[in-house]
Ligand binder design. Structure first.
Ligand code: FES
Length: 133
């Protein structure tokens, strides 16, 4: 039953990838909040760490793992997101908590781009029993 609830209205392809946005919808420095399978996710163009002029598409949980802050209201700088509540900082590519060291990891999602369309691989939250229907 929970799986049906969380998969409602999600146009998942047979390969499990979910088309979520067009590349043209993303603007450098802006955070785009979406909901996929009941999960709040933030899409963004993150500057490459080596200061190259182009960007990577990143997708990460919209809810901070520290105390549920809204990361779509945070600040993205060189691929790191600062939570607006207590200023924890996370690497949006790996999910590692950069500040403070040893903090909880941020959930990140694999990104695929096909013909200008952004596709995500979104597994159900771990607390969901995948066998429950
Ligand atoms: S809620 Fe995000 S750092 Fe505390």
């Amino acid at each position: 039953m929970l799986n049906k609830l969380f998969n409602r209205d999600t146009p998942e392809r047979e390969d499990g990838l979910v088309p979520v946005a067009k590349m043209s919808e993303l603007v450098p420095g802006k955070l785009k909040r979406i909901t996929v399978k009941g999960q709040s996710i933030v899409l963004a163009l993150a500057e490459k760490a080596n200061d190259q002029p182009d960007h990577d598409v990143v997708a990460f949980a919209g809810i901070c793992p520290h105390a549920l802050g809204d990361l779509s209201q945070g600040w993205l700088t060189k691929g790191e997101i600062d939570c607006p509540i207590h200023y924890y900082r996370f690497d949006t590519r790996t999910g590692e908590c950069r500040y403070p060291k040893g903090g909880p990891a941020l959930r990140v999602y694999p990104v695929t781009i096909e013909d200008g369309v952004i596709l995500l691989s979104v597994e159900p939250p771990k607390w969901m029993d995948s066998s429950a229907e």
